[in-house]
Design a protein around this ligand. Structure first.
Ligand SMILES: Nc1ncnc2c1ncn2[C@@H]1O[C@H](COP(=O)(O)OP(=O)(O)OP(=O)(O)O)[C@@H](O)[C@H]1O
Ligand SMILES: [Mg+2]
Length: 507
């Protein structure tokens, strides 16, 4: 019976394939990490071939583990790390360079030049986004400028651009023979190249960044059949029926379909989205406006988003660069061995600060240190940083929308951390609620595919799948929470104005 749905989650640190049954339950999971490549300070790359190899492997492994074949699947949904730019040659299928990852800041000089002429918000009306290295456009421009021969090949129509879902779908559907070149509205809304109201590529913006239109994928809905899998053979014939950027997928997977509903995902970074329905709401407080989803021919739904670059990756940094923990989950044990951070505050502005500050000149700062502070306090300061940054974003959402959040729905790998979730509730003064399934990113992609292929009749029917897993209530007096938020914001000021002529964005 074709009642299962396959989800592929091509994330920043790993690629996962998850098989879901018709109740939205997990049948099997396969996952592989890929290399994080740091050629210089500020540069972050992935190998697109490694991502494609891992994709084939996890799909085959998940199907094998579930004991299912292609005919058992109604469809497949794909979700992905957003903004990361891949450019490849349609004649050979070879990438012309490594993927430039969303965290990569090498294009700051181009962003500065563009911002000098009209300000950082000059394209905000069209795109909903500030000018920042974070989004894809400047990364594509960098590849065309710096890879020998790329500009000429692009102008001759030989090169294709895509964020990771586009690259993966082109390969899944038969690459140079029959590869389909598509992206969905949610991913397209993160490029700085799409007009939010027409949902089409903007010729003006393509011209500003010097990107030939022939490189750009077709923009499709988030839920709808676009083609069939050809590779890997284990999945041959499964319809590709859902595409969502990872944060929009998590929002969809939390069943936050209606205006006012929100979620906060604790992954490599943190991303808080609040659905604003059919209305395009413009932020006055440092949030970005993005497409939440579009199902079939319906009008698109939009969201306000607070994007935080570094939360879980700070925990990885404690593990990989400092070696004070040996696994990410160990941070919780170390942090809970102390009552508080001992006065230490950690502002992880490793690639500048994203929402709500948008300060590329910021760099990481660990402040408030005394002889008293030990590694447990630093571990605690690291997980508290995710909670403080989320508080900053929620304050911006309240200021922009007038909505008072009554609870916060959370998900992602970091939401397993009970210490961090309790502190999050303390610092917000509202309950924090984690669903039974925290793989909401993959679940959202599965929902989009299952809606398009008749596994589920409508979004309403999906709401019934949502189950509460655990809930934390605020336990800290408000005055104490407010005092710590003031100290956090003082710490943020210490991280600003670091990058100047002595410390360029590249060193
Ligand atoms: N106990 C914990 N406390 C805090 N953070 C944790 C804990 N366990 C895992 N993490 C962090 O969670 C992140 C992994 O979560 P998840 O798998 O959701 O990430 P992700 O962002 O989806 O990955 P990707 O970026 O590849 O999509 C890692 O950055 C890790 O450091
Ligand atoms: Mg993820």
């Amino acid at each position: 019976m074709s009642e299962h749905v396959l989800a592929l989650d091509q994330g920043t640190t790993s690629t996962r394939a998850i098989v879901f049954d018709a109740d939205g339950g997990i049948v099997s999971v396969a996952q592989r990490e890929h290399k994080q490549i740091f050629p210089r300070a500020g540069w972050v790359e992935h190998d697109p071939i490694e991502i494609w190899t891992n994709t084939q492997w996890v799909i085959a492994a998940a199907l094998d583990d579930a004991g299912l074949g292609p005919r058992d699947f109604a469809g497949m949904g794909i979700t992905n790390q957003r903004e990361t730019a891949i450019v490849w040659d349609r004649r050979t299928g070879r990438p012309v360079a490594n993927a430039l990852v969303w965290q990569d800041t090498r294009t700051q000089p181009l962003i500065d030049r563009l911002a000098a002429d009209g300000g950082a918000d000059r394209f905000a009306t069209t795109t909903g986004l500030p000018l920042a290295t974070y989004f894809s456009a400047s990364k594509i421009a960098w590849i065309l400028e710096n890879v020998p021969g790329a500009r000429a090949d692009a102008e001759a129509g030989h090169l294709l651009f895509g964020t990771p879902e586009t690259w993966v779908i082109w390969n899944l559907t038969g690459d140079t023979r029959s590869g389909i070149h598509v992206t969905d509205v949610t991913n397209a809304s993160r490029t700085l190249l799409m007009d939010l109201s027409t949902l089409e590529w903007s010729d003006e913006l393509l011209a500003v960044f010097g990107i030939p239109r022939s490189m750009m994928p077709e923009i499709v809905s988030s839920s709808g059949v676009v083609g069939e899998v050809r590779e890997p053979p284990a999945a041959r014939g499964i319809p590709i029926a859902g595409i969502l950027g990872d944060q929009q997928a998590a929002t969809f997977g939390q069943a936050a379909f209606d205006p006012g509903q929100s979620k906060n995902t604790y992954g490599t970074g943190n991303f808080l989205l609040v659905n604003t329905g059919k209305e395009i709401v413009r932020s006055q407080h440092g949030l970005v406006t993005t497409v939440a989803y579009r199902c079939g021919d319906e009008p698109a739904s939009y969201a306000l988003e607070g994007s935080i670059a570094v939360t879980g990756s700070l925990v990885q940094w404690l593990r990989d660069n400092l070696g004070i923990i040996s696994s990410a989950s160990e941070v919780e044990r170390l942090a809970s061995s102390v009552e508080d951070s001992g006065g230490a505050y950690f502002v992880p502005a490793f690639s500048g600060l994203f929402a709500p500050y948008w300060r590329p000149d910021a760099r990481g700062a660990l402040v408030g240190l005394t002889r008293y502070v030990n590694k447990a306090h630093i571990a605690r300061a690291a997980i508290e940083a995710a909670a403080f940054q989320s508080r900053d974003v929620i304050d911006a959402i309240v200021a922009d929308t007038g909505l008072e959040l009554t609870e916060l729905r959370v998900d992602g790998g970091g939401s397993r951390d009970d210490v961090m979730m309790q502190f999050q509730s303390d610092i917000l003064g509202i309950p924090v609620v984690r669903p039974a399934i925290i793989e909401t990113t993959a679940l959202g992609a599965a929902y989009a595919a299952g809606l398009a292929t008749g596994v589920w009749p409508d979004r309403e029917s999906l709401r019934g799948h949502w189950r509460e897993g655990r809930r934390w209530e605020p336990a800290m007096p408000t005055e104490e929470a407010d005092r710590r938020v003031r100290l956090w914001r003082k710490a943020v000021t210490k991280s600003l104005d670091w990058v100047d002529e002595d410390v360029t964005a590249l060193s």
